[in-house]
Design a protein around this ligand. Structure first.
Ligand code: ADP
Ligand code: MG
Length: 304
């Protein structure tokens, strides 16, 4: 699915900065109100199951700087999708506060888009029409919509497929259409819920590079949920590790490596092992080394 639209930038604007490729920018007053900044402050969420409240998220605190790429990993059921849905504004019922550029979110917005593993393309509509669905309610003229759709198709390398139908395309191309539909709104914040989860290793690697290129081109703040630690390290400026019962953040691992990254680089492997260590610590699978300077086991706290 795709959420709203606001056309405030030229199609080729690059809101990102080269430095964001390796750095996690510092928190300060000015930064707090910058477009694309995301603050999650003491957020908790409960679901009612058989009449009883079941905690899905407990006191989540996290700040994401404008243009930063944050990966989230964690066992199934630790609340990753719930957190993304809250960030998208799809679930208004929660405790705490989510702020974008310093303002509390109120439902869905043209500034945020979310992409799921399921692509939700309509088989009877052309690629162009499917991408155009992202502009429903935008108030744009037909011509402006068409320009926006074609710009996104070009960006995704799908320029020649505007009149094709989803069933005529590979799964990888179909996921790129879903991404184009999300990006047609020119969001400042892109939320990705295991978008590459179903792909084979080669397709996945290609789509990861594609994702990196697009996020960099657009300068979007990005939050990627993935069960693939390798993918999390390959793409993220840092990795947020969550655990279930209730869903909470148990560690944040920075990834101070320049892009493009090399999966066989010893530094890459060390970071991946650290993330695996934090993930597995609860089960005693792989204890966290006592002194690992790059790992913070204390989630970032935010003044509310
Ligand atoms: P993840 O994406 O990390 O696998 P989810 O966010 O889907 O986790 O789920 C977190 C917890 O909340 C799980 O225990 C799940 O069963 C529960 N949950 C998620 N959605 C609902 C819902 N609509 N109603 C009740 N419980 C839910
Ligand atoms: Mg999920």
């Amino acid at each position: 699915m795709t959420i709203p639209f606001r056309q405030t930038r030229s199609p080729n604007s690059n809101r990102g900065s080269e430095t964001l490729d390796v750095a996690v920018p510092a928190t300060n007053e000015q930064n707090m109100s910058r477009p694309g900044r995301l603050d999650i402050c003491h957020v908790s969420k409960r679901y009612l199951v058989a009449g009883r409240p079941v905690p899905a998220l407990a006191d989540i605190n996290l700040s994401v700087a404008p243009g930063e790429f944050t990966s989230i990993v964690g066992a199934s059921g630790c609340g990753k999708s719930t957190l993304l849905r809250l960030l998208a504004g799809l679930e208004p019922d929660y405790d705490g506060e989510i702020r974008i550029a310093g303002s509390r979110i109120a439902g869905v917005s043209f500034d945020r888009a979310i992409v799921f593993q399921e692509r939700h393309l309509i088989p009877s509509l052309t690629v162009e029409a499917n991408v155009g669905l992202g502009l429903l309610g935008s108030g744009l003229s037909v011509a402006a919509k068409r320009r926006a759709v074609h710009d996104r198709l070009e960006l995704l390398g799908l320029g020649g497929f505007a009149q094709a139908y989803p069933g005529q395309l590979s799964a990888g191309m179909a996921q790129r259409i879903a991404l184009a539909r999300a990006l047609v709104t020119r969001p400042r914040i892109l939320l990705l819920d295991e978008p590459l989860g179903v792909f084979d290793v080669l397709t996945r690697a290609r789509l990861q590079d594609e994702l990196r290129r697009i996020v960099r081109h657009e300068g979007m703040t990005t939050v990627l949920v993935t069960h693939d630690v390798d993918e999390a390290v390959y793409l993220g400026n840092r990795i947020v590790v969550m655990r279930p019962h209730p869903g909470r953040i148990v560690g944040i691992v920075p990834v101070p490596l320049a892009y493009p990254r090399n999966r066989s680089d010893p530094a890459f492997i060390r970071i991946r092992d650290r993330v695996l260590g934090v993930l597995g610590a609860e089960e005693g699978v792989a204890p966290i080394p006592a002194a690992t300077p790059a790992v913070s086991l204390v989630p970032q706290r935010i003044a509310s």
